[in-house]
Write a protein that binds this ligand. Structure first.
Ligand SMILES: [Zn+2]
Length: 292
């Protein structure tokens, strides 16, 4: 075989290798990572996607229902907690797991999650005109905007541990996801769990975290929000007294304040909300199931 012939063979081999490298570089799938996720999720529930053996140095996130959610370190891998709305349309959804490599190259893996129906109750109630005035959309939007601005800030450390405890011992008077009709007009889904609590009931931190909101609003009344880390927050409305300060760290069982009937409230109770990357989800799931 002549030198020239050998050279051309080598070139062909190099071309093949290059083609293979290009194929791998542009292929959107992750070669070595393993994704663990539920095939089915019920409306209003939270779920977890794990990445076992992620490639070091990559920046990972998930995209679900037009929302990007970060992955955070968990044991040997990474995990993302994703919330679904109670009114989310049932059916199959794409969940894109994306990674940006240090060289800025983007990898994508698509998995499928079925969102299944969960039956939520329906309730009608009346508000006195003085309370109804507080439901002016501008007021609610403005006040909610101030609370939401805090929920949107994600702190990187996981502060919660194990199960969440109920913040008051009372029974549920209105479950999360309930379709509310106020003075015969349909309103949005109930975004929290209402727990029966006579005015003055001690409201306790359900888990470890940091207070991010502690102030009185017209629509939400006495309000506390706790950041449990990594995009997980809890909310407490209608308090008569607030006994924590913004920035304060709390342990499970610490006194946040006293329940009341302030703001838009049809009677003494505690409205307890749970927020997963700014999606309000069923808090009772977090009381019954450990979210790692
Ligand atoms: Zn409520």
């Amino acid at each position: 075989m002549s030198n020239r012939r050998l050279k051309s063979r080598l070139n062909l081999g190099e071309t093949l290798v290059s083609a293979l490298i290009i194929l791998v570089l542009f292929s959107s799938c992750f070669a070595d990572i393993k994704l663990v996720y539920p095939a089915e999720v019920f409306q209003g529930r939270s779920f977890i996607v794990f990445i076992a053996s992620p490639e070091a140095g990559n920046d990972y996130w998930a995209e679900f229902d037009n929302k990007a959610v970060r992955f955070y370190p968990y044991e040997e891998g990474l995990r993302a907690v994703i919330g679904t709305l109670p009114e989310m349309k049932t059916g199959d959804y794409d969940l894109k797991v994306r990674a940006k490599r240090p060289d800025q190259r983007l990898l994508t893996e698509v998995i499928y999650i079925t969102v299944s129906r969960r039956i939520y109750p329906k309730v009608s109630f009346w508000l006195k005109p003085s309370k109804k005035k507080l439901m002016a959309p501008d007021l609610v939007t403005d006040e909610w905007g101030r609370i939401e601005a805090q929920l949107l800030k994600e702190s990187p450390n996981k502060l919660w541990r194990g199960l969440f405890k109920l913040p008051v011992p009372g029974i549920t008077t209105m479950a999360f996801g309930t379709r509310e009709f106020v003075n015969n007009k349909p309103r949005s889904r109930h975004r929290g769990q209402d727990l029966r609590a006579p005015v003055g009931t001690r409201v306790l931190a359900p888990n470890r975290g940091q207070v991010i909101v502690a102030q009185f609003f017209k629509a939400f009344g006495g309000t506390v929000a706790i950041d449990h880390g990594q995009g997980i927050d809890t909310l407490y409305f209608h308090l008569s007294k607030i006994m924590v300060k913004e920035g304060q760290e709390v342990e499970v069982g610490d006194l946040l304040g006293l329940s009341g009937n302030t703001g838009i409230s049809s009677g003494p109770h505690l409205h307890w909300g749970m927020s997963v990357h700014n999606v309000r989800v069923d808090p009772i799931q977090w009381v019954k199931t450990v979210m790692p």
